[in-house]
Design a binder for this molecule. Sequence first.
Ligand code: MN
Length: 198
Amino acid sequence: LPPRELAPLPWDESALQPVISAATVGLHYGKHHRGYVKTLNELIEGTQYGEMPLETIIARTDGRADRCAIFNSAAQVWNHDFYWRSMKPGGGGAPPPALARAIEADFGSVEACVKALAEAATTHFGSGWAWLVEHEGTLRVTATGNAHVPFTAGMKPLLVIDVWEHAYYMDYQNRRADHVDAVLRELIDWEFAESNLA
Ligand code: MN
């Protein structure tokens, strides 16, 4: 495999305004995400990890104290690739029918699922990620700390919200709940979640 590349954003940097400013997307993508890609390439060049798919690097380094720098960079590249695709301009609203049925079966209602996601994203202590996942045939909400991913624990990610402060602090300062509510109401891409469930 060639060096990992920074995956392009699926929309313009200004496309998520006014929920997420172009300045926040520019910094988040152009500095944070790009930095994780750069660090990962520096750490894995010439090592056994240099030829592995990203998911394999993450699985092989997860929980290894002597590989935590590689794990953190690889997982943050994966998480950000997934995060950008979890949002779109004109998102939010009602999930497509198949996903809506699955959500209603496991949460009772779409509203209850959105509330659970908002609560997980808002109450997670410190840096991390709030996820809608599928686990053993059931949809659920979970949160991971720092760079951690759900799939190393057997959970299939459907969508994610970044709750690191760099995701919202310029636009919302300490009001993480306001940011999360706006993302869920106006940006979350249920079609992307459904495509991951299929
Ligand atoms: Mn981030």
